[in-house]
Structure formats: C-alpha cells, structure tokens
Unconditional design. Structure first.
Length: 196
C-alpha cells in the first residue's frame, strides 16, 4: 500500500515524488503524467542549456521521460526522483552532443521567441537590433561557460528556480549551488568584457 493510499489522499493532492513513482509502477499513468508536468520545464532547461536548440531539446525531453518511465522500477531511492531524472536528462543531452556534434550559434538563436516579442514591443529598429545583440551576446557568453555553471544559471535565471529547488533537482548541497552561481557570475562578467 502506497503512502497516498495509507493517507487517503487523492493523486492530485500528493506532493511527494515517491508516492507518484509508486503509483506509476503500480500502473497509474496519471501519476507519471503528473511527474512530467512537475519536471518538464526543469528538464527542458537542462537539455536546452546543453544542446542549445529548441526543436532538438523537445525531442530529447521526450526521450528523457521515456527512459525514465521504462527504468522507474530500478530507482532505488524514490524520494530522489528529481535528481535521478536530472541525471537522465544530462546523459541524454550529452549523448546527443557527442554523437551529433555541437550546433552552430545561428541554429541556437533561430527560434528565439523573445525576439518576436521585442519587435512587437519596440518601435525603433535600431533599439531592437541593439537589444537583440545584447541578448545574443549574453547567450553566447553563457554558452562559453563551464557546463556546471551554465546549468545553474539556466535553472536559476531562466527557469526561475530557487537555490533550494536547484539543489534538490541536481542532487547537490545548497552551498555547492550557491558557489556555482557565484563562480558563474564571475565568469559571465569576464566573458561579457571579452565580447565588448
């Protein structure tokens, strides 16, 4: 009997990954759908920070959740589902990079939705170009960072995760996440200076 059944909670009321994992293993597809909804954005952020291309990121995310579903019964500590899922996401993304090679910077920015929003919001074409160049420069600087720094930057600032959430998701102590964010900021300052 799972913790959800013992407590009398419904599937939608549980906040524990371990309960959802147990229900999924027992054949409850809705439980796994809830895990997907809970972690899709984070997995997408990790994968995108490694491969840097939106369409490929979507494909890899699907593969991540498929691998996770098929391997769920091998998960020893069900309370560490998010860390385990993060490891699968990294492995799949780095596997893609190893086999397909890094995508060019042009491919990375081809489908940036915020560029369309910029055009609609700003009237001056020179201002649009200037802002887009700054964004591209920032993305380029972040892509040049060490992967462990790039990963926490993506999760913290683009996925708006707290330090505690990042630590839990990556399976790291809070202090390690804080240190990586600190080092990432230092590296980013240096890289931005190089781009100017």
């Amino acid at each position: 009997m799972s913790r959800v059944e013992r407590s009398g909670l419904s599937l939608h009321e549980t906040e524990h990954d371990a309960d959802l994992v147990a229900l999924t293993i027992e054949g409850d597809g809705q439980a796994f759908e809830q895990l997907i909804r809970r972690y899709l954005q984070s997995v997408r952020g990790i994968v995108w920070s490694i491969v840097g291309e939106t369409e490929t990121t979507q494909d890899i995310c699907q593969e991540v959740f498929l691998v996770a579903y098929r391997s769920l019964s091998t998960l020893v500590d069900r309370d560490r589902f998010s860390s385990w899922l993060c490891s699968i996401a990294r492995y799949q993304a780095y596997g893609f990079v190893r086999t397909k090679g890094r995508l060019g910077i042009k491919a990375r920015f081809a489908c940036e939705p915020h560029l369309i929003e910029d055009v609609q919001r700003l009237a001056d074409p020179a201002e649009i170009l200037d802002q887009n160049e700054r964004v591209r420069g920032l993305h380029l600087a972040i892509r040049k960072m060490r992967p462990e720094y790039r990963e926490v930057v993506e999760l913290r600032f683009w996925r708006e995760m707290s330090v505690k959430d990042i630590a839990g998701f990556l399976g790291l102590p809070d202090t390690t996440v804080k240190w990586r964010l600190y080092k990432a900021r230092e590296a980013l300052r240096a890289l931005v200076k190089e781009l100017r």
